[in-house]
Design a protein. Structure first.
Length: 271
């Protein structure tokens, strides 16, 4: 145990130098080249990582695991914020891991560790490296998933604006693909704001919509019925032939709706 603690102290005291040596070796093996700034960030980040691994030799594996998870979570989020492809992180991992374990084995033997203790150190480090990688991937995916959902909400808000065009009349242009997420945004965030606009007529325009499925069509026409109960007359414009076929297949009765070829025609009908 005393020899293992000597290895631990050596790794902590010389962490940055060890990482720089291993980084030079990795670059010689044609790993992806980094800019000077990225290289320095990489060295400092991995120096922290080596210190955490080294400290684990003195404590329990469980306590080291929890501390390393926190470090890895932060690392994963930082990589996600930079919009780096995770494949670029993973590609050199196997080679760097091999170089790392070779270096640790060399240091362990230089400090007089037995073969059994060298294996013990390597096993501890291998396990914690796997834990770290799994936590990093999880944090990366969670952050990116949240970012994608936030961006989608912003896109939904921008792609379904209600545009007042004259007293008592507004247009809701539907742009792009209409999917379940977009429809839910309309139902939960757009429709509740319409009564506050003090309008009598709302023109829902499909000119910018390429396709919708039958389930989505039913939700769209549910919006018509909801607004009707609120005393708002809904007119549809720009329904393409393929959209009208979807409506018919969905079993929706067109005869109860006011439909027009364009927004202009719908406005003229109100005059």
């Amino acid at each position: 145990m005393e020899s293992i603690l000597k290895v631990k102290n050596y790794l902590v005291d010389n962490a940055e130098k060890i990482i720089r040596d291993m980084t030079d070796t990795a670059n010689d093996n044609h790993n992806p080249k980094l800019s000077p700034e990225e290289l320095e960030q990489f060295i400092q980040k991995n120096t922290q990582f080596l210190v955490l691994l080294a400290d684990s030799l003195q404590g329990s594996r469980e306590s080291a695991e929890e501390e390393l998870k926190q470090w890895s979570k932060q690392t994963g989020e930082e990589e996600a914020k930079l919009f780096r492809r995770f494949s670029n992180i993973m590609k050199p991992y196997a080679n760097r891991r091999l170089i790392f374990l070779q270096k640790i084995s060399q240091i362990s033997m230089e400090h007089g560790l037995s073969t059994e203790d060298v294996i013990k150190v390597n096993n501890r480090f291998c396990y914690l490296m796997d834990v770290s990688m799994a936590e990093t991937i999880s944090a990366y995916e969670m952050y990116r998933d949240k970012s994608i959902k936030d961006h989608q909400r912003e896109i939904n808000a921008l792609s379904a604006p209600i545009v007042p065009i004259q007293d008592g009349v507004a247009v809701l242009p539907l742009i792009g693909a209409i999917d379940y997420t977009r429809v839910q945004h309309l139902l939960n965030y757009v429709v509740p704001t319409i009564p506050d606009l003090k309008i009598d007529y709302l023109i829902i325009d499909f000119s910018g919509t390429m396709a919708i499925d039958m389930e989505i069509a039913q939700h769209i026409f549910t919006i018509h019925n909801v607004l009707g109960l609120l005393g708002i007359h809904v007119l549809f414009s720009g329904i393409r032939p393929n959209l009208s076929m979807t409506v018919v297949k969905a079993g929706i009765d067109f005869t109860s709706f006011s439909t027009y070829g364009s927004v202009k025609m719908a406005i003229n009908s109100l005059k």
